[in-house]
Design a binder for this molecule. Sequence first.
Ligand SMILES: Nc1ncnc2c1ncn2[C@@H]1O[C@H](COP(=O)(O)OP(=O)(O)O)[C@@H](O)[C@H]1O
Ligand SMILES: Cc1ncc(C[n+]2csc(CCOP(=O)(O)OP(=O)(O)O)c2C)c(N)n1
Ligand SMILES: [Mg+2]
Ligand SMILES: [Mg+2]
Ligand SMILES: [Mg+2]
Length: 321
Amino acid sequence: MGPDSSQDAPTVSQLGEFGLIDRVTAGQPQSPGTLLGPGDDAAVLAAPDGRVVATTDVLVEQVHFRFDWSTPHQVGRKAVAVNLSDIAAMGAVPTGLLVGLGCSPELPTKVVDELAGGMWEEAQQVGIGIIGGDMVSATSLTISITALGDLQGRAPVTRSGARPGDVVAVAGRLGWSAAGLAVLGRGFRSPVAVVGAHRVPEPPYGAGPQAAVAGATSMVDTSDGLLADLGHIAAASQVAIDIRTEQVEVPQRLTEVASALGADARHWVLTGGEDQALAATFPPSRPLPAEWRAIGVVAEGTGVTVDGALYEGSSGWEHWR
Ligand SMILES: Nc1ncnc2c1ncn2[C@@H]1O[C@H](COP(=O)(O)OP(=O)(O)O)[C@@H](O)[C@H]1O
Ligand SMILES: Cc1ncc(C[n+]2csc(CCOP(=O)(O)OP(=O)(O)O)c2C)c(N)n1
Ligand SMILES: [Mg+2]
Ligand SMILES: [Mg+2]
Ligand SMILES: [Mg+2]
């Protein structure tokens, strides 16, 4: 195959593994702090703090996204966003991304171009880039992203530091992605406010480090659902968490969508995943940082309650359930 035909190759198998790698890496900016970028056996990245934060999330077609619901560009942005929100949830800032991609030989090259374009767009929002990755043949389109981050000299904010008396607070949107998923699941494509929130979450990236600076005692990103993810803090910290619904805003837009679908907007806010909001606990003595709003309290005990009662029904997403 000559260079001209490979330039326009319609499928990934026609372009080939190394042609595809060249295509997604060519012309991209160097991620800051990268001492050696894509092309060798591994990348080399500066670690300013001396410690490296590392996290992976995998996204699989039909499980995490559908191409009749989202464009490849949107899927690329979301795949990066869900990883960056885990970095933020440690109170860290991201420094680089590694991208594994499994796709069928028949996949049009254009889809890979657009996925990579979306990934780069989201990465550039926080000033970083893709420093390496892998491309393999697979039966379902699979994206595995590893995000690396830096603690800037601070202690990591773990899931295990919540203390009785702390305030529970959130930053970012809740329930919007679940509303969008419900809309798409019923075959609709609007309202775009909720469908767009499902396609591309907007994690409050800055709120993670902000919480760390403000002395947050524990933090998690809400990928599975607020109650489910707070359950991880309650378990790891060996405390009870009570959410006070009078403090939890249910946006008017979600109430409207829920009434059109015969659904429950409050349920989306409390248990809907994929908004990648941040939830954290703070000592009660100090004011919350700017992006954060109080939604409940930490007490002695175990588990998560809503207004003092166990929540009826599922508290969030679980794979294989
Ligand atoms: N295959 C695995 N090997 C080792 N650790 C894993 C594996 N899968 C998940 N974990 C770890 O289990 C924890 C919970 O995973 P998960 O619920 O996916 O976290 P998150 O919701 O923050 O993405 C994380 O610390 C994650 O790194
Ligand atoms: C086609 C499709 N069906 C269902 C969902 C809903 N969904 C899939 S995964 C998930 C939860 C988050 O995913 P997970 O892999 O558990 O992320 P993690 O908690 O590891 O960050 C949700 C709500 C979706 N996004 N797309
Ligand atoms: Mg995960
Ligand atoms: Mg995650
Ligand atoms: Mg997480």
